[in-house]
Design a protein around this ligand. Structure first.
Ligand SMILES: Cc1cc2nc3c(=O)[nH]c(=O)nc-3n(C[C@H](O)[C@H](O)[C@H](O)COP(=O)(O)OP(=O)(O)OC[C@H]3O[C@@H](n4cnc5c(N)ncnc54)[C@H](O)[C@@H]3O)c2cc1C
Ligand code: FES
Length: 272
């Protein structure tokens, strides 16, 4: 059963740069006991009263035993810049668990995970969920250039190959737009190659909307179910302000913060 969202304290254990413009923060917080893969938290960054909005972030891992939560975030604006400046021992609050996360495949068969840029953290959490459920999967991870890839997370995905029971990370395919690491091209081109050779029951994706739109299309053509984790600008984070609308195929809108961030891709009205 989904746990109710609440306000929790957190204190920073690690806050380090792991790729160009990308930080990894590990914090200690009781919410780590409650989070399901694909859910998110909303952090308050202390120090500037003029910034009232919390920062929504997915997580790469949550360890219930030692209450450690691992976040990986791109430094893109004022909030994430101040988040990156938090030091070990600094403390603040976060709200969580927020939203609805990934669900296990309904059909038996292999899964394909497609991550673009900082869409990677929830995909790592998804991979962990699948590995624990002995669902085999392949992963495609794309970035603009080699320096923007989070090598530590790629290694973790490769390490899941050790789970022989599900042959989990049989393929971890890395792409870069400029060809500086792995295959030159977009994740969607790598996905087309994979679909030409393998059959998948389920696709999971997180990244830029334009990428997920194409991933959803390819999954539909391949008759694979597809779950997509969407990002929207968020105000309240709990369904009160309607600023995180997601247009639906059925007409009307869902709320990314409350109904998502994970949606069945075929229900989303993608901009194409
Ligand atoms: C459910 C959810 C999970 C997320 N998980 C991650 C994650 O794991 N790692 C990560 O790096 N980022 C993630 N994001 C995006 C992250 O919340 C934004 O990058 C962050 O809020 C930007 O704050 P800022 O003050 O630094 O930038 P701002 O100054 O507010 O904005 C800088 C730029 O980022 C864009 N932006 C701001 N907020 C969002 C948002 N919520 N979604 C998309 N773009 C935004 C703005 O349009 C602008 O171009 C997630 C967003 C959501 C909604
Ligand atoms: S952020 Fe306010 S309704 Fe979603």
């Amino acid at each position: 059963m989904t746990k109710a969202r609440d306000l929790h304290p957190f204190d920073v254990i690690v806050n380090e740069s792991i790729a160009e413009g990308v930080q990894r923060m590990v914090c200690r917080t009781p919410v780590a006991r409650l989070l399901e893969p694909g859910q998110f938290v909303q952090l308050a960054v202390p120090g500037d009263g003029s910034h009232v909005l919390r920062i929504p972030l997915s997580f790469a891992s949550a360890n219930a035993k030692d209450e450690r939560l691992e976040l990986v975030y791109a430094v893109v604006g004022e909030g994430t810049r101040r988040l990156a400046a938090m030091r070990v021992g600094d403390a603040s609050t976060l709200v969580g668990p927020c939203g609805n996360g990934w669900t296990l495949p309904r059909e038996s068969g292999r899964a394909l995970l497609v991550a673009g840029g900082v869409g990677l953290p929830p995909i790592v959490a998804c991979a962990e969920m699948l590995a624990q459920a002995n669902v085999g999967f392949d992963v495609i991870v794309g970035a603009q250039t080699a320096g923007k890839h989070c090598n530590e997370l790629l290694d973790r995905l490769r390490g899941m190959q050790l789970n022989q029971a599900c042959d989990c990370g049989r393929n971890v395919i890395v792409t870069t737009d400029d060809g500086s690491l792995g295959m030159r091209g977009f994740t969607t081109q790598a996905m087309e190659n994979m679909l030409a050779e393998h059959t998948y029951a389920q696709v999971y994706t997180c990244g830029p909307d334009v990428m997920m739109s194409r991933v959803a299309q390819l999954a539909q053509q391949a008759h694979a179910a597809c779950q997509a984790s969407l990002e929207r600008m968020m105000g309240c984070g709990f369904g009160a302000c309607s600023c995180c609308n997601v247009a639906l195929v059925s007409g009307g809108y869902a709320l990314c913060c409350k109904d998502g961030p994970v949606f069945n891709a075929e229900e989303v009205l993608w901009q194409r």
